[in-house]
Design a protein around this ligand. Sequence first.
Ligand SMILES: [Zn+2]
Ligand SMILES: [Zn+2]
Length: 381
Amino acid sequence: MAQVQNQRLEVGKGEISGYISIFLSIMALASMFCFYYPEKLTTPEFREIYTAQHMQLLLKTVVICAFFFALLSFLLSKKVKWALIGSSIAGVAIIMGALKVQGSVVEKSDWYFGLDWMLLDLLLMTIIFIPIELFFPKNKNQTKFHAEWRTDLVYFTISHLFIQVFGIITQKPAVLFFGWIGLDKVHLWIQQLPFLIALVLTFVVTDMFQYWAHRIFHNHVYLWRFHSVHHSTQHMDWLAGSRTHFVDIFFTRAMAFVPLYVLGFPPAVFNIYIVFIAIHAVLIHSNTRINFGFLKYIFATPQYHHWHHCEDPKHYGKNFATVFPFIDKMFGTYYLPGNVWPEGTGVHESQFPKGFIKQTLYPFTKSPFDNNLDMEERSTR
Ligand SMILES: [Zn+2]
Ligand SMILES: [Zn+2]
């Protein structure tokens, strides 16, 4: 599709530092709301991990960095535009109390949005992936500000803000179907296992469940409509993986949660798994040519997952596993040709809806019994 491509930003021109300043200042401003309304805008599970002191320190650092990058932008570009926007927003954050805000005792609330989770994850992901994509890009012509980056950011925002809803619905099926079985003996056995074995077991069993959930979404016409949203990205980057329909998220995560629940892994194992998946899922979509040497035969890499997103129907139906390529080997869906990457990614429908709302509604606009699909879709997805 002919699309007006924005220019990729170049290092040393003051534009990147300008955008970093604006980004950090918006982060600082948004985090002020977490301090003002912690009951409604922060996550109880995360409040147990961090303290108000941690967050105050982080907030101050972010504000100082916003000013630092504003200055850098001005010095490099000799333009005041980005520096002015960045430092103005950071200034508003300071007026709102960013440098002297104190944490307070937080009351329990029945409902909350995960604004803290969203901001912290966004900050961590940008720190890791912006430099990787900047210095080791796969597609050198692709800019972060491509045609659909806002759509992907909306997906990222929604899936983080609604962490409570996603968490509850994800865990329901496992509890409903398996909660009534006496699992105490299984849990006891699992908790006696050496840590490393429990960890490997968690990863393998969960990935196996994830593999089949994913494959089912490809092979059933109606489910494919939900999953095709994830495949519709033509610009693979670290934010693109966020583009997933909520039905897809619920079902796939619920499937992955079944073995975790049934086997009852210790919390430490569970937490390592969650952190690994959060970073790894972003990595495999990112626009980087880093290929991880021999590790690419053990763990799914960007190249591996980009092939899963290949737009050429010839390569549909490959690399369903999220973490372990050997699972695809086992079930005959493995594809990783040397150092070759797919030409393009995306779905083959020229009219695929654009934007969060249209894409969210799209699967519901067709009858579940309608099998009349395009040739491409009917092929080996
Ligand atoms: Zn897929
Ligand atoms: Zn993907």
